[in-house]
Design a protein around this ligand. Structure first.
Ligand code: COA
Length: 142
């Protein structure tokens, strides 16, 4: 598996993956948003045999870094791809001077919460009815 910076030519494949990963209520990224984030934020892909198996998007705003989204294709799950994408991004962030990373996650997304806790994130706050369907979010920080 290779982790690399996403390129504009990846946007169609990333968009197709996003459609499978997230329902419309979870605000999947549009193709245009992928292009924007490829140019302006930290977007890495995990590639296996030239296929994008997963991606991670970290938004960089002045002194703050936020893990906006992470996803792995169903057929590639359980192979530590998400963990490696996170570890890779955290290393990059610390090399450019960021010492904390924030994220919001649905309280019912047990798989993602396990992943984040394994990496070392802790729950800072409960954000009431953060999502459109009324679901709360945890604000987590590393
Ligand atoms: C969350 C997601 C990215 C995990 O990807 P993955 O590559 O399968 O995860 P990894 O193999 O790296 O797993 C790392 C850790 O995550 C947790 N985890 C992963 N899959 C899990 C599962 N099915 N059940 C419980 N915990 C799980 C575990 O702590 C695991 O460590 P362990 O294997 O030592 O127990 C993937 O399930 C996914 O794309 N889900 C849909 C999109 C999503 O919800 N994204 C997060 C919100 S933006």
């Amino acid at each position: 598996m290779k982790i690399r910076k996403a390129e504009l030519s990846d946007s169609s494949e990333l968009f197709a993956l996003e459609q499978k990963l997230f329902l419309s209520k979870n605000y999947p990224l549009s193709r245009g948003s992928f292009c924007y984030h490829i140019k302006n934020n930290m977007l890495f892909v995990a590639e296996i045999d030239n296929i994008i198996a997963g991606y991670i998007l970290v938004l960089i705003k002045r002194k703050n870094a936020k893990l906006y989204s992470i996803g792995v294709k169903e057929e590639f799950r359980g192979r530590k791809i998400a963990q490696k994408l996170l570890e890779f991004s955290i290393k990059k962030l610390s090399s450019i001077g960021f010492d904390s990373l924030l994220l919001e996650v649905r309280v019912d997304n047990e798989v993602a919460i396990n992943l984040y806790k394994k990496i070392g994130f802790s729950i800072k706050k409960n954000l009431n009815e953060f999502y459109l369907d009324g679901c709360d979010a945890y604000l987590m920080e590393l």
